[in-house]
Design a protein around this ligand. Structure first.
Ligand code: ZN
Length: 449
């Protein structure tokens, strides 16, 4: 029985992740993501009304047209976690496959939300929840298992396929965080067990490989302490206080709320995606908002909330979207004076996010920061730790799993190459047992019969 890994998207960029694994005649798809950079470039585009082929051409979603040449039955579409670069294309692509969508409860709720907003396609694939630590039979030859891991969104897992040829581990995305408030540490014991049983192939993210040298990624606990120190005096001051972070980073939002809760300020979580990720997380019991917190997503309700904050700024902390300076998100709009809340001299702005490196973000962020400063605000940047494994975490991961083959993914060629270099230090050799693929290429194991 042959095993084939097909690199559909995310092997030449950070974004639009999609991989397929073919075991005999069965195919399992992992993730269907969008490329967020491309959406920023085409910000006027109404994606909900666009056809998949248009979006493929613009590089927004993975080019899955190659899947029609794959000779096999797609048994499942499996999501690793709820970030848009992993689930954002579900409404554009899933209807082409007669297969269920499988994910943890939060991931599936977010995928379902994407499907509801879709205007072009009818997506009616059944949704099947699988919790971390559980297994599901996908075909006589394949069992899917979800192994718990940690990342910058709740309920991230490593989907694992048990096949007659060995175990396949899909590790997009993860970090090793042992000190989260909302999640236990990764299931290291299970990962080591899988390593002893025999991992045939590891498909693994490489997002931080070029920016980290000999280091592990710090825990969210570090971000909590940094935020606590930065916000301490601001919370009791008379000035305005704005914080921006990733809407999907529920752990971080919880930390910000917990810190703010110790003051008399009311917490306003503001912006469309803040409402999307936050409300679903709250409904599922993943986010525990203090009584002093409320979420507003629609432009009308956001404006009303901002008008209230404008009347007495020292009564509120505004937690907003727009950390990359995206012109249509909330913080950049506040900075440009386009809302009912005006930034005054002395107001504090905490940016709990890095600049996600691409030229558009760098320009947008720069412009937003200049506008905020122009209004007299004091800005704190990079109150943040990454949600992705560092180079030394990856080294530990390889030692835990001892995979026969490795396929680096979720990065550009430079990131895949940096990973390959580290794996060669661990005894692998490019072309023999570590395979660098481009979008549209495939790797076959065991020659196949
Ligand atoms: Zn992610």
């Amino acid at each position: 029985m042959s095993v084939e890994v097909i690199a559909v998207g995310g092997y030449e960029e950070v974004g639009k992740n999609m991989s397929a694994v073919k075991v005999g005649d069965d195919v399992v798809i992992f993730d269907m993501g969008i490329n967020l950079d491309r959406i920023h470039i085409h910000e006027d585009t109404d994606i909900a009304r666009m056809h998949s082929l248009d979006l493929i051409e613009r590089g927004v979603i993975p080019n899955d047209t190659l899947m029609k040449d794959v000779d096999g039955k797609v048994r499942a579409i499996v999501f690793s976690h709820g970030h848009l670069d992993h689930i954002g294309a579900v409404a554009k692509l899933a209807h082409r496959y007669d297969a269920p969508l499988i994910g943890t409860p939060y991931t599936l709720a977010l995928a379902e939300n994407s499907i509801k907003q879709e205007r072009k396609f009818e997506v009616s694939n059944p949704l099947q929840v699988l919790n971390a630590g559980e297994k599901m039979q996908l075909s006589p030859d394949i069992t899917l298992e979800f192994v718990h891991t940690t990342h910058s969104i709740p309920q991230a897992v490593h989907p694992v396929l048990h096949t007659p040829e060995g175990i396949i581990v899909y590790a997009n995305d993860f970090k090793f965080d042992n000190h989260m408030m909302l999640s236990p540490p990764p299931d290291y014991d299970r990962l080591r067990q899988l390593g002893r049983k025999g991992v045939l192939a590891l498909i693994v993210e490489t997002t931080r490989m070029t920016e980290t040298k000999q280091e592990k990624t710090y825990s969210e606990k570090v971000a909590r302490i940094v935020l606590e120190d930065i916000m301490k005096d601001m919370l009791t001051s008379k000035e305005g206080l704005l914080v921006t972070t990733f809407s999907s980073h529920i752990e971080r939002i919880q930390a910000i709320c917990n810190i703010a809760q110790k003051s008399n300020r009311k917490i306003l979580l503001l912006g469309r995606s803040m409402e999307r990720f936050g409300s679903i997380a709250e409904r599922m019991g993943l986010l525990e908002l203090p009584k002093s917190a409320s979420i507003f997503g629609s432009p009308k309700s956001v404006n009303r909330a901002l008008a209230r904050a404008e009347e007495k700024r020292s009564d509120y902390i505004l937690v907003t979207t727009g950390h990359q300076g995206e012109p249509d998100a909330l913080l950049p709009r506040i900075a440009s004076g386009k809302t009912h809340f005006n930034v005054h001299p002395g107001d504090n702005v905490v940016i709990s996010a890095p600049i996600i490196p691409n030229p558009t973000n760098a320009a947008n962020r720069n412009l937003m920061e200049r506008r905020l400063k122009g209004n007299g605000a004091r800005i704190y940047t990079n109150a943040h730790v990454s949600g992705h494994a560092g180079r030394e975490d990856h080294r530990d991961f390889i030692r835990m799993l001892q995979p026969e083959h490795i396929i680096p993914s979720h990065g550009d060629l430079e990131m895949l190459a940096a990973y390959t270099e580290m794996a060669e230090e661990e005894g692998y050799k490019m072309g023999n047992d570590i395979h660098v693929l481009r979008n549209g290429q495939a790797q076959v194991f065991n020659g196949g019969i």
